[in-house]
Design a protein around this ligand. Structure first.
Ligand code: SAM
Length: 277
């Protein structure tokens, strides 16, 4: 018998993978959590029926949400990750030689437990000496911080359920307050093809709060449409104006200085989206 997992990406579009095995399934207090093994992408974390990450393509997302931001800041010593329960972003953050402490605030401890058990490639850094894992609502946590972080990374689920508030202007204002005077933040901000209005609204909110607002793109094969956006708000440093000869060297599979630069070259339809009022 053939078993297939299907994510309904939009009411008119589905993404399917042939399943080798269902490794884990539970209802947590926050979401339906599954880890499946697929023939095409290997092990896959699925929350509420939506693909979060797969062992085959995760490095693209995790390196691009992490290293563009960390290398934009000359001294990213104190880093905060909101969400990120699979551990992939934390793994990338602790890899950076200038990071001294990486605090990860995840609302659902069951995601961390499942990743520890089934996704060892991603969850390797939970016990790293630089890591500080907190189980809490990231919205509440950020509202309680002032002038504390150099870089904040919002590695959240889609804007439904507990993640909804992570895409709102008042959260970006609290993020501004939680950052030091030269701090910056980055968030995964969905598909420019299927969530254009959301991408436009987030960019407009971030631009109204931060002196520097930039959007960049990459390709994530398992996300709707493949093309994906990240939005950065910065108090001082511009990700398009960094001196690459000053960044530290460490191992990556996707991120390079050339990929960093290229990510900010936007297709015309994305530029037009950001200019629309
Ligand atoms: N790379 C993924 C994507 O774009 O689909 C996100 C991966 S990570 C698994 C997202 C995490 O955000 C989930 O584990 C979820 O529990 C967490 N999350 C959602 N809302 C949150 C909140 N308000 N505070 C902290 N974590 C939250």
């Amino acid at each position: 018998m053939e078993l297939w997992f299907t994510e309904k990406q939009t009411p008119y579009l589905e993404f399917s993978c042939k399943v080798a095995a269902t490794l884990h399934r539970e209802k947590t207090p926050y979401q339906d959590l599954a880890v499946i093994d697929t023939f095409a992408y290997g092990r896959m974390l699925v929350l509420d029926g939506i693909v979060q990450t797969t062992v085959k393509d995760e490095f693209i997302y995790h390196e691009m949400i992490t290293h563009v931001a960390l290398n934009t800041h000359p001294a990213p010593r104190e880093v905060l990750i909101i969400g990120g329960g699979d551990g992939g972003t934390l793994r990338e953050v602790v890899k950076h030689p200038r990071v001294e402490r990486a605090t990860m605030v995840e609302i659902d401890e069951r995601v961390i437990a499942a990743s520890r058990e089934y996704l060892p490639e991603l969850s390797v850094a939970f016990d790293h000496p630089k890591a500080n894992v907190v189980i809490d609502d990231g919205i509440k946590y950020v509202a309680g911080c002032r002038n504390q972080y150099d870089v904040i990374i919002i590695d959240s689920t889609d804007p439904v359920g507990p993640a909804q508030g992570l895409f709102r202007a008042d959260f970006y204002r609290n993020t501004f307050e939680a950052l030091k005077e030269d701090g910056l933040f980055v968030a995964q901000t969905e598909s420019p093809l299927f969530d254009g209005e959301l991408v436009r609204r987030i960019f407009s909110d971030v631009r109204s709060i931060f002196p520097v607002a930039r959007l960049y793109i990459t390709v994530i094969p398992t996300y709707p449409g493949g093309l994906w956006t990240f939005t950065m708000g910065s108090k001082r440093y511009d990700p398009c104006g960094i001196a690459f000869e000053d960044i530290p060297s460490y191992e990556t599979r996707f991120y390079t200085p050339a990929v960093h630069r290229a990510a900010f070259v936007l297709p015309r339809f994305v530029e037009e989206l950001l200019e629309a009022r």
